[in-house]
Design a protein around this ligand. Structure first.
Ligand code: HEC
Length: 159
């Protein structure tokens, strides 16, 4: 039997869920825009995982095949997330606060998806190499870093 207490708390949860939806449906900037938060979180994950590999490549931490493989696998997995929900129109630096995504991303001739594909291809090579030894990992890390850098040069505003 569902008690009245349960029903009213279910209604309360429903009301909270609805108000969250209403909030997210509004054009909002920065931290409160779920698409912007999601893509920034995705990039933070990329930064964390490439950081593990970068530290090993520079000799700041000892090469560890298992950790290197895990970080590379994560970078590959992230590259396979479909990006279609992360980049709604009107979430560029000229439209909202709290983003560094430049309007050029949405403009005609944008190469952002090509660079994302380059990143995916480089991440795939890295995932095949990262657990095979320090030199192998280091060589395959360069093209991944280059993809990060080229996209930031063209499509990310400075801080
Ligand atoms: C295809 C383009 C593209 C690629 C590839 C790319 N980035 Fe970015 N990155 C961006 C854009 C655009 C932003 C700004 C997002 C925003 O503020 O809405 C960003 C933001 C970031 C941020 C800041 C996130 C935050 O909290 O605001 C970090 C960290 C980052 N990227 C790391 C990386 C790393 C590491 C790689 C490679 C492994 C990478 N990015 C590859 C376009 C790219």
């Amino acid at each position: 039997m569902i008690s009245l207490k349960n029903i009213s708390s279910a209604a309360a949860i429903g009301a909270v869920a609805l108000s969250c939806f209403a909030l997210s449906a509004q054009a909002q900037g920065g931290d409160s825009n779920p698409a912007v938060s999601a893509r920034q979180g995705q990039f933070q994950l990329m930064g964390l995982n490439i950081g593990v590999l970068g530290q090993m490549a520079r000799g700041n931490t000892e090469y560890d095949a298992e950790a290197a493989q895990a970080a590379a696998d994560n970078l590959l997995a992230i590259s396979q997330i479909n990006q279609m929900f992360h980049w709604p129109e009107g979430t560029d630096t000229e439209s909202i606060e709290g983003t560094r995504a430049l309007p050029a991303i949405w403009e005609e001739g944008s190469t952002v998806l090509d660079i994302w594909a380059d990143y995916g291809a480089a991440a795939e090579t890295l995932a095949g190499a990262a657990g095979q030894g320090l030199d192998e990992m280091r060589a395959a890390l360069g093209p991944v870093g280059a993809a990060c850098g080229s996209c930031h040069d063209d499509y990310r505003a400075p801080e």
